[in-house]
Design a protein around this ligand. Structure first.
Ligand code: ZN
Length: 198
């Protein structure tokens, strides 16, 4: 009996370390998992393990992929001279859902946040600068419109200005603090089309 409860406790504890999972949710999930058919649990844990082992950063844009290059960077239909800077792969997915953007992306994996102690070296900024040495015409900054997103946009703009590359920022039709992935396609498209030079 001791062993049994120890294992349940461990499961609850590990699930509780996931973002957005409080201790109540962790308990609910743990008991759910214990009652799932064994095959389903094996499939779930196998999928988690294989995703963790095989998914890596695209060597161009740093989105998540299981190939060297993500499908967007690998496509010859995409305009490699236009790079849109986003904070997360989920933001990238939001723009892809509009179906109207044919440039490529650069995923920062975060934003500069003095409050959270996240500096310019903690996100994929150096990697962006390296990419800008190539043939790039426009850099569209599509970081979120919250404080961190704005600080990051200003920082990138200052950094890129001397290179002569055109820098634009998506229009502020996006609610302040709005998460890009929660915004509908029409609003995103409007923000993209209404982008302004920095
Ligand atoms: Zn890529």
């Amino acid at each position: 009996m001791d062993l049994y409860s120890k294992q349940v406790n461990q499961l609850v504890e590990e699930l509780g370390r996931l973002p957005g999972i409080g201790s109540k949710s962790a308990q609910r999930l743990a008991y759910h998992i214990i009652n799932m058919p064994l095959e389903q649990v094996k499939s779930l844990s196998g999928t988690i393990l294989s995703a963790r082992e095989n998914v890596k950063y695209c060597k161009e844009c740093y989105t998540l992929t299981d190939q060297e290059l993500c499908p967007i960077c690998a496509s010859d239909k995409r305009d490699k001279k236009t790079i849109m800077v986003v904070e997360t792969p989920r933001d990238l997915a939001a723009y892809e859902r509009t179906g109207k953007y044919d440039g490529v992306y650069h995923v920062l994996h975060g934003a500069i946040s003095p409050k959270l102690g996240i500096g310019q070296d903690d996100i994929k900024l150096k990697e962006l600068i390296v990419r800008l040495r190539g043939d790039v015409e426009e850099l569209i900054i599509a970081t979120n419109s919250g404080v961190e997103g704005e600080i990051t946009a200003m920082y990138i703009s200052k950094l890129v200005k001397p290179t002569g590359i055109k820098v634009t920022r998506i229009a502020s039709g996006i609610p302040v603090g709005g998460d890009l992935e929660c915004i509908d396609e029409v609003t995103l498209l409007r923000a993209l089309e209404g982008r302004v030079s920095l």
